[in-house]
Design a protein around this ligand. Structure first.
Ligand SMILES: Cc1cc2nc3c(=O)[nH]c(=O)nc-3n(C[C@H](O)[C@H](O)[C@H](O)COP(=O)(O)O)c2cc1C
Length: 167
């Protein structure tokens, strides 16, 4: 497990290669196995592969351009009316799919939407997402066009760990 976790990186350049459906389904399965407060699973995943739609998503924020070259973009949609823990649940789901994508030899890089009201509104209109839902993030998926080094042992930061008490 630690090997897959170390390999997961934010990759923002992808090859123009389609992703087989079985791989996408396995990634979606990983997302669905994420833990969820009270097992409510207050999210939906919109799988976008239409190039024109991806182009609009890529322009949604100043940090979303990599959505364009991704084979698929998974839009993580939360349901605050179903669970007050929608934000936590959506985040874990996104991380699960990112890790499985890495395991499948694919890459991703979280695109933050929550907090950017203009982008969120635009995406909801574009994808017919109901008013009461929230868009947490976009998770592009693609074969990496660049090599990113996996996280090394220097990632272990002793100062971040407190034992027994904070101080
Ligand atoms: C909540 C969150 C929001 C992020 N938003 C963006 C984003 O909008 N665009 C982007 O290119 N990267 C985004 N990132 C990726 C981070 O920049 C990246 O995870 C960080 O630099 C660490 O690099 P690594 O993922 O390769 O370990 C986001 C990551 C997280 C967890």
């Amino acid at each position: 497990m630690i090997e897959a976790i170390k390999k997961r990186r934010s990759v923002r350049e992808y090859l123009a290669e389609a992703i087989p459906e079985e791989k996408i389904n396995q990634i979606l399965m990983a997302a669905m196995c994420a833990p969820s407060a009270n097992a409510l699973y207050p999210w939906d995943l919109v799988v976008v592969s239409n190039p024109e739609t991806k182009e609009i998503l890529a322009k949604a924020t100043p940090w979303s351009s990599h959505a364009q070259s991704a084979a698929v973009v998974i839009v993580v949609v939360g349901h605050p009316q179903k669970s007050s823990e929608w934000l936590e649940d959506c985040s874990i789901t996104a991380e699960h799919l990112w890790l499985e994508a890495t395991e499948q030899g694919l890459s991703s890089c979280w695109i933050q939407i929550r907090g950017n009201d203009t982008a969120e509104k635009e995406i909801k209109e574009l994808l017919n997402i109901p008013e009461e839902c929230r868009v947490l993030c976009l998770m592009p998926l693609g074969k990496p066009a660049v090599t990113s080094p996996e996280h090394g042992d220097d990632k272990f930061d002793k100062s971040k760990v407190k034992y027994e008490k904070y101080k």
